[in-house]
Design a protein around this ligand. Sequence first.
Ligand code: GLC
Length: 750
Amino acid sequence: MNRVNKFVAALVLMPVLALNNMLSAQTNQSMENKVNTIFNQLTLEQKIGQMTQIASTNGDEVPKYVIDAIKEGRVGSILNAGTPKAIEKIQKIVAKESPNKIPLIIGRDVIHGYKTIFPIPLGQAASWNRKLVETGANIAGKEAYDEGINWTFAPMIDISRDPRWGRIAESLGEDPYLTAELGAAMVVGFQGNELSSEKGRIAACAKHFIGYGATENGKDYNAVSIPDYQLWNTYLPPFKAALDAGVGTFMTAFNDINGIPASANQFLLKEVLRDKWNFDGFVVSDWESMSQMINQGYSENLRDVALQSASAQLDMEMVSSAYQKHLKELIESGEIDIEVVNTAVKNILSVKVALGLFEQEYNGVPKNTEILSATHKAEAKKMAIESLVLLKNENALPLKIKDQKIGIVGPLADAPAEQVGTWSLDAVIDEVETPLNAFQEAFGDQIVFAQGLENARSNNTDQIQATVDSMKGVKDVIVFAGEDAILSGEGHSRAFIHLPGAQEALIDALAEAGKNIILVVQAGRPLTLGTIEDKVKAILYAWHPGTMGGPAILDVITGKVTPSGKLPVTFPRTLGQVPIYYSSIESGRPANPQMLGIPTGTPLDPVGLTNNYLDVSVTPAYAFGYGLSYTSFSISKPKFSNTELVKGERITVTVEVKNTGKYEGAEVVQLYIHDKVASYMRPKLELKGFEKVYLAPGESKKVTFEIGDDQLSFFDKNGNVLLEKGKFEIFVGNASDNLASEIITLKNIK
Ligand code: GLC
């Protein structure tokens, strides 16, 4: 565009921008006025009521204790409020009989779908597809909205590097950048670009603030120690990304961080969240995470709890009653300043006003709801397809099914309630399409089915021989194994992460009988497959794939679609390697693969020892970012616009991706960096960009990443941004263990 056109464009654009800014300032002003008008009518008790969230019960009825709380102005939010009928009753009681007619904000764990269930978040992360993740959240929010829910306790953006931890299922994996990108996509999916009163939009909640995934030994609700340096560089970035995406609420974690519980952590809730990041939404505790501080030996009693959490500006208490019982007295005694309460209430009212709750009247599920619509199911299937990760394929897939019999075996071939995974409170199990459904629908009596085991955890091997016998004459057998849904999720950590029950024995028997086994794993975490890997021809990791898992698996196994998933978390060979993650620090004595094993009688020789185990390789079973395809891709040598830059400058790195195979497919091009020498030891690799490209056979596409201060800087232990001159190795490839690199230099930083 030439100079004149630019000038004209600026002339035209200026008033529009100014008008927009004026309008948004007016909107903010009018919202602020509205908040203040409501706020000014509240008594202290009613203010404390707004800071209280209580749990109701399922079903159409509204319990008396809920009705009483509403009528007495003792509640500002309800979670698990029951059916749409119950929610309608609740909001009508608020409108007619509560002291201030302030609508309740109705919360629910809408984590990976509402009635149409999408893959668990760990599976969605395997799609590496920002848009699909956003769409999934948008659909989940719309379905929940139609049933009267206006706040979800998602995205869960806890960095998770311990597969023993049950809640890894609910996370977006081990990496700060991938989690930040996809967590922000979920926020936008639920809320839009900002909190809004638009139909179908609900408030999101960045949780659990913070460090929950670093729980000691993978047990839930356990101690957490995170050095400040790690806090700033690994655990905080996804929460900052959610805040930058406009998230309306945060939730505190159950755990402590270095001895201070998250629900009373002034450093995190005030210094970081409010003072440094200027968060202006509200913070809710986790379920009784406040009163649990008594068990944690941090609070003497519930009065202490109220004092400590209020002092940290924790705005809303979930389920426990410290604020209800003690906050008024703490204000009257002067131990808590009234400003703490006023700020909390204004934070809460601001979110309610922004959501348009005062203008909305909930009258039950609208006639035109799209709950479980074909469109929603199609999107769930699309996400399920892109979440599937092909870990192994010895020319077994895609499976060419002509008129031959195909075996479908395993306890998870037809287990709809397991297929939806953890946190599927509102799933409609009858609507779940299982792999057996899908394959039988497609191939009729070509399918020979045998469950093989009573369930995924059964150790009863009585059916195994009969199963093998029933596969007589069947060459290709698809085995559906893994974990039932309840083996992952909150409070469900495992000390062993191999296939539960007698599933390995079932696979062994089929392998013994010479079957071509295609193993499809449904699980809420990485599993250690050990010797099983050598006994099967292919492994497709399906996580818990949700309502449309069956049709998605069918399309990928038969080659209608090529798998494109990449691991969002490292798969260990054995639990003994945990924690194992790609972005680790290099050892002063880097591992020497020769060190594996050591003959008996070897004399002790302290020279030449390295960062090794003696009994297992230091490499993972499958690397972060890894996933196979049916086609093949070439990624050209990275081309840099420059290999030197100064602070404030940006350079680009470009690669050409080509589909060199015979199937359509998608490749995830990944950009990593390594700061070679820095004032803190930096990880060997850090993901700083990714792009998923869809290519037909023979087609190619250029992918360009920008590199500048954002990609090359990091935090010191006080959260200050450090940008240090020196060499950086820049990597581009399709997995963290399959990269090409070049050195660039950041110059003349002081
Ligand atoms: C649970 C979870 C939290 C959830 C909340 C409400 O204990 O830790 O993630 O949102 O309670 O169900």
